[in-house]
Write a protein that binds this ligand. Structure first.
Ligand code: GDP
Ligand code: MG
Length: 161
């Protein structure tokens, strides 16, 4: 069927996940990668960088009128971030569930925020919140040449083929 053949050809949903500066400082990069790998998602892009205020302003454009906006930009520019693109069935929704509630105090145990953070202002991780936003964010943070299409050898363990 069309769905499974698209799974096999690798044309699946993609999302942007980023370790924020507090996540990098606290050495949580490996833990987060491990969670996404274990779940069965495929890493198709990754880099560590110091984000510029220009890219952060674009990334958080929708929040520009919020009272916390300038402190958010300062936080996100305070050190390196690790940005990643993960691919897989329903990865946008699943990664939001894995990341947990925006407000760390509300985030459930077992989520990244629920396991590693106590306050909304230092919530460790970002994940795109819709397929459309994911496409925009991936385009903002990555050049197409930085994204790699590759086949997992064990697709039949993850998907009915
Ligand atoms: P997300 O998609 O779960 O990251 O949440 P939003 O898109 O609503 O907000 C983006 C980011 O802004 C959050 O992850 C927080 O880092 C920050 N943020 C959101 N709301 C607040 C707030 O009320 N206070 C502070 N200090 N930061 C906030
Ligand atoms: Mg958001």
């Amino acid at each position: 069927c069309a769905f499974y053949s698209s799974v096999l050809s690798g044309v699946q949903e993609r999302t942007l996940v980023a370790l924020k500066p507090d996540g990098v400082q606290r050495r949580l990069v490996g833990d987060v990668i491990k969670r996404f790998e274990q779940r069965g998602f495929k890493l198709v892009g990754m880099k560590l960088l110091q984000a510029s205020e220009v890219i952060l302003a674009e990334h958080y454009h929708d929040l520009r009128r919020k009272p916390f906006y300038s402190s958010l930009i300062r936080y996100m520019a305070s050190g390196p971030v690790v940005v990643m693109v993960w691919e897989g069935h329903n990865v946008v929704r699943s990664s939001r569930l894995m990341v947990g509630d925006t407000d760390s105090a509300q985030a459930k145990p077992g989520t990244v925020r629920g396991d590693f953070s106590v306050h909304i202002s230092r919530n460790v991780i970002h994940a795109s919140d819709s397929v459309e936003v994911a496409e925009r964010e991936i385009g903002l943070w990555f050049h197409v040449s930085e994204l790699v299409s590759w086949d997992n050898a064990d697709q039949s363990n993850l998907y009915q083929v």
